[in-house]
Ligand binder design. Sequence first.
Ligand code: NAD
Length: 498
Amino acid sequence: MIVATARDFRNWIDGAWREALGRQIERRNPGNGALVSRFRDSTAADVNVAVATAKTAFRTKWSGATGAERSAVLARAADAIRRRAGELAFFEMAESGKPARQARLEIERSSMLWDYAATQARSLTGDSFGQLGATYFAATIREPLGVAAIITPWNFPFLIISQKLPFALAAGCAAVVKPSELTSATTLLLGEILKQAGLPDGVVNIVAGSGATCGDLLLRHPGIDMISFTGSTKVGKHAMRVGADGMKKVSLELGGKNAQIVMADADLDSALDAALHGAFLNAGQSCNQGSRLLLQSSIAAAFTRKFVDHAAQLKVGDTQADGVLLGPIINKEQYEKIIQYIAIGQDEGATLMLGGTYREENGGRFIDPTVFAGVKPHMRIAREEIFGPIVSILEFDTLDEAISLANDSIYGLSAGIWTGNVSAAMTAVRSLNAGTVWINTYLDGPAELPFGGVGESGIGREVGKLGVEEFTDIKTVQIRSGGYSPRWIGSEIGRTDA
Ligand code: NAD
């Protein structure tokens, strides 16, 4: 990995760096306090320029480009991302505190999303209707929605922008992107990468800044045609309300409280590995976190013991140190929230099997893997998204019970089941309320497959063919090549189709 030094960033507007007008924001590594990046908050004037630039570029440069032209830019962007992977991985790691190897894998996976979107730019099609009569033909055309406001969270910054932006560009949209103020660097670097890839100036504009000011201004801007938001359910609801006022299309990827079900007949070694990875990846700060582990009673005690033994060995700390898999908690607010939930779990009567320990040291805030057993469905630790390295274990006897427990949530992002029984797996597929159901695997996500949630986990889908279609609207075209029958002139008034 390239170890870059701290860097001053600016907004990326019309193909060039441009200083925003707001206060300076400093970003420090949450694991050790080292300065990583600095940039200015964007003001209304900055957001206005970004949206106006995108609007013009949409009209004059990008909406009329051919699929082949868009595809070529996206494919070159994928290559440019791979060429700059070391630098991107450094900033991804340093701003979020995640392990370097994980950051590197996320950048590689992101480049594949750009590759895939390149193929889709040439494959976007509508429907045709050839059965309406000899002289009557109709078709639907998919047209880009216009300028998309893309707002992303801090936890997988480059991966999440790569789940949205290449798909918007493949559809022919222009964009104004606002990354999280906690992890803005890699998204800002995309500006340079897209220019290198030959994207016309102004098609993508990136504004850095806080959610309450810059993000909110962007949501409300009348020049925005679509809002594509990933983040908390609370802010997602706000985006939807604001979007309704402007009658904008809104696509939301929000929180989760995902259940992993382990049946007694499963490959328990694989289930154990997936349960650990699903629970503690990114120190549990993941929308897809398997935060509810549902165990069949006959294996619950033994599985819990092994889960706890392995979790106890996971190294926690500043990810600059060797072998650390769980990095810091992103900020003070989130650290305090997680600690509160540890107390809530104990007060509610759950059994603390592991962890519950936390510390501030050398400029970072860390929470050890924490496992609660004997969790009951009414407890807050079974219902609310904690967004930290905390797992709630619940027990069940039958598959029906497991499905009711899994579905007893306001969220519906993803769910998993481990079983050797095909019919149990199929019952789970049909019955689980979730946008993604994993059977005997967890957290896989190839670029071909759509991703999104139901319930309070969101609205809309991203990635895959649907990921491009999300950024389009349908125009219906009707053509008569003769045989038009007059309805008013020289015809009987009052015909049913008048
Ligand atoms: P967040 O909601 O606090 O922030 C997300 C983005 O919204 C940031 O860019 C932020 O600056 C911006 N924002 C905040 N207030 C705003 C406002 N009033 N107007 C406009 N923009 C505003 O979320 P976070 O802490 O960055 O991320 C964690 C949350 O994101 C968790 O709930 C997690 O489950 C969710 N998430 C969901 C997915 C998914 O794909 N479903 C993926 C990753 C994270």
